[in-house]
Design a protein around this ligand. Structure first.
Ligand code: MG
Length: 264
């Protein structure tokens, strides 16, 4: 009797073990091969980064290298050269000659630009080192989409008009301003708006930006051009120049350097 019971126990253990092995084998057979989700094309192009985050990567278009304004023109008269002051490797706003813009037009891009508020800056509110980076210059004057440049190290103004705001639309996620006299950077990813043939909006402009390495705009969706008065709206356009603002305030002019762009 004992022997029979032992044999049937052994048999049922063997059958159970067999079914576990068979079941796990079945499970394995049903698991997709990891190779099915591995992609080998397209291959990303090789881009050699700069030594520091200020340096242009190997595929960037250099918009200002400290030497001249060959890549820029006057906005007032686009047949005329840009006449801001270049010296000691930097570019300083000339308020009397007005806004300047790139000769080349762009759609979507990554932009690096550095700016410095002079250490002897005076004024307050919007009249303290005001300039601006227009991410697309859609016409004369201040037409386009402005990321504000302003001294807000210790200077209050409306928050949708402070440094790194999308002017009167996007309050920055942080105030990352450095002291006047120190160089600061913007790293901006711009997605241009798209339009239908009838002029209606297909998809709005979007911007992601870092101010001195701090995220200040996170895939922010614009409601149209940035305007001083009234509500923003869109007007159909294609690729546009990048524009820098010569603001009419009376404070000391600010400077720019290391400007490069990577069309996307
Ligand atoms: Mg401005």
């Amino acid at each position: 009797m004992v022997r029979i019971a032992y044999c049937s126990l052994k048999k049922s253990f063997f059958l159970t073990a067999l079914s576990v092995v068979a079941f796990s084998g079945l499970l394995k057979a049903q698991e997709p091969s990891p190779e099915l989700t591995e992609v080998y094309s397209p291959v990303p192009p090789v881009v050699t980064p700069g030594k520091t985050n200020s340096d242009a990567p190997s595929d960037a278009i250099i918009l200002f290298d400290g030497k001249d304004l060959d890549q820029w023109r006057s906005v007032k008269d686009t047949t005329m050269p840009a006449k801001w002051d270049v010296g000691k490797g930097i570019l300083t706003v000339s308020k009397t000659t007005g806004n300047i813009e790139t000769k080349q037009s762009f759609m979507d891009y990554q932009l690096h630009i550095e700016w410095r508020i002079p250490s002897n800056i005076t004024g307050e509110g919007q009249a303290r080192g005001n300039s601006g980076v227009f991410l697309a210059s859609t016409g004369p004057g201040d037409d386009g989409y402005e990321m504000q440049v302003l001294d807000n190290y210790n200077n209050k103004t409306y928050t949708n008009g402070q440094a790194s705001a999308i002017y009167k639309q996007g309050v920055p996620l942080a105030n990352a301003c450095k002291k006047p006299g120190e160089w600061q950077s913007y790293d901006i990813v711009w997605t241009a708006p798209r339009f239908n043939d009838d002029g209606s909006l297909k998809s709005p402009a979007r911007v992601t930006a870092f101010h001195n390495g701090v995220l200040v705009q996170n895939n922010f969706e614009l409601r149209g051009g940035t305007v001083y008065r009234g509500q923003p709206s869109y007007k159909k356009h294609g690729a546009c120049p990048i524009k820098l603002q010569a603001h009419g305030d009376k404070s000391e002019p600010i400077s720019y350097r290391n400007i490069w762009v990577r069309p996307l």
